[in-house]
Design a protein around this ligand. Structure first.
Ligand code: ZN
Length: 177
């Protein structure tokens, strides 16, 4: 019997879909709800704190961030998110990405951000996040523009992360699937 092909799966570095620009979502319907459920499954399976739709192979401006790192009341699903303010002060903390098998490296990011977004019910909202929450929002929103966290690193650090990722990717046999 042929293997059942899953509709959504995690896409890894070197997959061109991660470098494309995502399009805004006009209406959050059943297809988007199904996508978000799949994204939540992928994030949970890989113990991620967030995921962007392009990582699931879909070029729509939707991100997922685990509620525990956002202020109370923020929606875990952010549609058409947009950074409207970033603090001048930065924080240099470890960061990784599921699409790079969570190879971690320190990266300076704004300590606080304000993000405007629409929730799945179509309400316009805003969230002010700090620390790890701000980092996650910036990281996931970058994905919607085809930007990966390694793009913010020096050439040497980028090479270190890429090489470690490629080695793990081979060892896990992911390239042969
Ligand atoms: Zn990522």
């Amino acid at each position: 019997m042929p293997a059942v092909k899953r509709k959504y799966r995690l896409h890894y570095l070197d997959d061109p879909v991660l470098r494309e620009k995502s399009v805004p979502v006009d209406e959050f319907g059943e297809a988007e709800a199904e996508l978000v459920r799949a994204m939540a499954e992928i994030a949970a399976a890989h113990r991620g704190v967030g995921l962007a739709a392009p990582q699931a192979g879909v070029l729509q401006r939707i991100i997922l961030v685990t509620p525990s790192i956002l202020p109370e009341g923020a929606a875990p699903v952010l549609v058409n998110p947009e950074v409207v303010w970033r603090s001048p002060e930065t924080e240099n903390e470890e960061e990784g990405c599921l699409s790079l098998l969570s190879v971690m490296t320190p990266l300076a990011r704004p300590a606080r951000v304000v993000v405007k977004y629409t929730d799945p019910e179509g309400r316009e909202r805003e969230v002010e996040a700090e620390g790890f929450g701000a980092r996650a929002l910036l990281h996931e929103i970058d994905h919607l523009d085809g930007v990966l966290f390694i793009d913010h690193l020096s050439r040497l650090k980028r090479k270190f992360v890429r090489d470690r990722f490629r080695k793990m990717y081979r060892e896990l046999g992911l390239g042969t699937r």
